[in-house]
Design a protein around this ligand. Structure first.
Ligand code: PMP
Ligand code: GLU
Length: 395
């Protein structure tokens, strides 16, 4: 038996990926599982992006790419940040990695020392706390439940800050809740942060385009009070239906971009050359596909909210962005269905998988026990059937 490092032993398995894997295993056994666990657009990558990848292969983009990404891609990202967000990042401040996941982990490893505190509003995406653990930082969780639409207040932020606070990690539109901070709400957080100039803000804006508020999206990097201390995390996975291509980036103060490049140069090098050329086409090409997918997600949001509200025991807030529903299910805990007693949201997720054949994710994976997460990035037909099965299993 080989011994495994304490670092990896301390790490939890990604529950989003684990539930998806479990659902695939049941499918392989011939069970008709509807997988609402992992969150990814169900659309194929748009044709003009795929064509750019084919051309990249033809044109022999088959060599190592520069560690921070091709200059042409970093220019396309810088132009996107200006065009869509009014931001001025130089290409030298942008580092492309294997998805927003690596970009974020790079930034955390490059900026957090052992014992440094990172403030994370919860519910929070599964990987945040594990990445901070990897950096030996301390997670400072700030809970915001359904009663406050899953958004922390300025007072909560202020109370969480200590002299050891290194960073705030904010995700809006949020995975797993779908909440979107308004510009005024962000401003109230910024007003607090303005008093603490050493705190870095890491803004995960990967769901930027999947936003149903009708308003403009406000990037955390657009507040002048935070100049020089916001790192934007984003990528092509969600906006362009490119999860498997693995391209994401950080846009950061130049010292952080250099540190991230050094780190990435030692353990993964530049991201896939072909995928980078595809991502360049995504940013430089026509943008109608983004709006078409957003509209489809919004329609499904309306459908799934309506159906989920008919399920006894589910308390459902209307998500304003991303493609997740995060019902509060504490009303079901302690009850017995088909001879099985549901004591936790984890029991409920398991029961729904095994009895209703619908894969979801336990809220506990997002530091929010008492909730479960559904991804509604799937067909209307799947959504209707999944909600029907759940209602039946819980009646
Ligand atoms: N941040 C959040 C909030 C996410 O939901 C995801 C997708 N799982 C990521 C980052 C990472 O996305 P990717 O690595 O595919 O770019
Ligand atoms: N965004 C997805 C999710 O949360 C991807 C899976 C992952 O990387 O965790 O389900």
């Amino acid at each position: 038996m080989q011994s495994i490092s304490q670092r990896v032993q301390n790490l939890a398995q990604s529950q989003t990926l684990a539930m998806s894997q479990k659902s695939n295993e049941l499918k392989a056994q011939g069970i008709d599982v509807i997988n609402l666990s992992v969150g990814e657009p169900d659309f194929p990558t748009p044709a003009h992006i795929k064509a750019a990848a084919e051309k990249a292969i033809e044109d022999n983009f088959s060599f190592y790419s520069p560690v921070p990404g091709y200059m042409s891609l970093r220019k396309a990202i810088a132009a996107k940040l200006t065009r869509e967000n009014g931001l001025s990042f130089a290409p030298e401040q942008i580092v492309v990695g294997n998805g927003a996941k690596q970009a974020l982990c790079n930034v955390i490893l490059a900026t957090v020392n052992p014992g440094d505190e990172v403030i994370i509003p919860t519910p929070a995406w599964v990987s945040y706390v594990e990445m901070v653990k990897l950096a030996e930082g301390k997670n400072v969780l700030v809970p915001a439940g359904i009663e406050q639409d899953f958004k922390i207040t300025a007072a909560q932020l202020k109370e969480a800050i200590t002299p050891r606070t290194r960073a705030l990690l904010l995700c809006s539109p949020s995975n797993p809740t779908g909440s979107v901070y308004t510009k005024a709400e962000l401003q109230s957080l910024v007003d607090v942060l303005a008093q603490y100039p050493d705190i870095l803000v890491i803004a995960d804006e990967i769901y930027e385009h999947i936003n149903y508020t009708g308003g403009e999206f406000t990037s955390m990097a657009s507040f002048p009070e935070l100049e020089g201390r916001v790192v934007v995390i984003n990528g092509v996975s969600k906006a362009y239906a490119m999860t498997g291509w693995r391209i994401g980036y950080c846009a950061a103060p130049v010292e952080i971009a250099k540190a991230v490049t050094k780190l990435q140069g030692q353990y993964t090098s530049g991201a896939s050359s072909i995928a980078q050329k595809a991502a360049e086409a995504a940013y430089d090409g026509p943008q109608e596909c983004v709006e078409e997918m957003r509209k489809a997600f919004m329609r499904r949001r309306d459908l799934v909210v309506r159906l989920a509200r008919e399920i006894p025991g589910f308390k459902v807030a209307e998500p304003k962005g991303a493609f997740y529903l995060f019902p509060e299910v504490s009303g079901l805990l302690g009850k017995t269905f088909r001879g099985r007693t549901i004591n936790t949201s984890g029991d409920l997720a398991m029961y729904l998988l095994e009895e209703a054949h619908v894969a979801t994710v336990d809220g506990a994976a997002f530091c929010a026990p008492g909730y479960i997460r559904f991804s509604y990035a799937t067909s209307d037909e799947n959504l209707v059937e999944a909600m029907r099965r759940i209602r039946e299993a819980l009646s």
